[in-house]
Design a protein around this ligand. Structure first.
Ligand SMILES: [Zn+2]
Length: 218
């Protein structure tokens, strides 16, 4: 039996983060998805299909067990449910997943380009952002393509070709911060590369260290 106070708290967290993501323009319409692990319950809270980030409520959010069993709900499960569940199964350190279709990052992913980790913050917080190709049949990425990338525990963010981004974390806020940094980095990279092309300038070296402390030690 899952603790009701815990469910209330996790749903409240998810509603707040979903609004933040929507308000920042990282996710419009009913696309994307986010979820959070319910501690000690082998279950998650997740946004159902067809509900926008700005329309999440205590009534429409779903509770799904890690074995795939969905608690009674009037809503259809998300198309992304499979990869969310699998990320929680394969990584104990993942307690939250934010997946959105943020436009700058998805633009890079649709061009088949990895977003370069060109700022010190990106190097400190993310390190690298693997680009995961479409499924073998040319459709959206599922756990088949996504889980192998995240089995490497150093990976906390990835970009899905022609689709969107994934940020994971120990809390919803941390996963959301990554979604924001991915998008911000894609925007910065676009400005840099456009300016370099306009000026015919060579690409400067990326920073090697994310923090002054690491640089001093390195
Ligand atoms: Zn998606």
């Amino acid at each position: 039996m899952i603790d009701q106070d815990e469910i209330f708290e996790k749903k409240s967290d998810l509603i707040a983060i979903a609004r933040r993501c929507f308000q920042q323009g990282l996710q419009t319409n009913a696309g994307g998805n986010l979820s959070v692990r319910i501690e000690n319950a082998e279950a998650i809270v997740i946004k159902p299909s067809g509900v926008g980030f700005n329309e999440c409520t205590h009534e429409n959010l779903q509770i799904v067990h890690l074995d795939g069993t969905i608690e009674a709900s009037d809503y259809k499960p998300s198309k992304d449910l499979g990869f969310h569940l699998d990320l929680y199964r394969i990584r104990d350190d993942i307690n939250a997943v934010v997946h959105c279709h943020s436009p700058w990052a998805t633009g890079y992913a649709s061009a088949g380009l990895e977003i370069p980790c060109l700022t010190v913050q990106t190097i400190e917080k993310i390190g690298r952002m693997p680009l995961i190709p479409l499924s073998g049949k040319g459709g959206p990425q599922t756990e088949v393509e996504i889980s192998p990338v995240f089995r490497d525990e150093s990976v906390v963010a990835a970009v899905l070709a022609n689709h969107g981004t994934i940020g994971v974390g120990s809390t919803l806020m941390k996963a959301q911060y990554l979604a924001e940094i991915i998008e911000e980095t894609a925007h910065i990279a676009f400005v840099r590369d456009t300016l370099l092309a306009a000026h015919g300038a060579p690409k400067p070296a990326a920073p090697k260290f994310g923090t002054a402390i690491e640089a001093a030690a390195g």
